[in-house]
Design a protein around this ligand. Structure first.
Ligand code: HEC
Length: 108
């Protein structure tokens, strides 16, 4: 019985984690992809026009902390106003999930 409960618990936990991953991917597709691209390289029409950097680069990833990424998503960029503040549009949890999602875009 104990084992079964543990199994059930870990299965439902796995589902929760997976659901969060999916939500971040969906948020990215809905709100970020138009400028940053599905791969984070910024090779979209808007991305090219605004010279959006390639956030999949290991050199970008290693020089930006989670806190900095969270800040730019929540408050927007002071360098380019096209990167808007999302703190009124997204929950803190959604922003955290996006920070984690941005990390998954890293390409070696
Ligand atoms: C209308 C176009 C546009 C959309 C939509 C957009 N961004 Fe950006 N983003 C930009 C631009 C332009 C920059 C470059 C600003 C800069 O250099 O600071 C940027 C920069 C960034 C950076 C890097 C900042 C840095 O310090 O290098 C991150 C991370 C980022 N955006 C995440 C997101 C996320 C997450 C979303 C979706 C919630 C999003 N962006 C939606 C245009 C956009």
């Amino acid at each position: 019985m104990k084992f079964r409960f543990a199994l059930l618990l870990s299965l439902s936990l796995a589902t929760v984690v997976h659901a969060e991953d999916e939500t971040a991917a969906e948020t990215w597709t809905a709100k970020c992809k138009s400028c940053h691209g599905g791969d984070g390289k910024g090779q979209t029409q808007m991305g090219k026009k605004e010279s959006v950097g390639d956030i999949s680069l290991p050199s970008w990833q290693s020089t930006h902390s989670d806190a900095e990424i969270r800040q730019v998503i929540a408050e927007g960029s002071t360098k380019n106003r096209k990167m808007k503040a999302y703190k009124d549009k997204l929950s803190a949890q959604q922003i955290d999930a996006l920070v984690a999602y941005v990390r998954t875009l890293k390409k070696g």
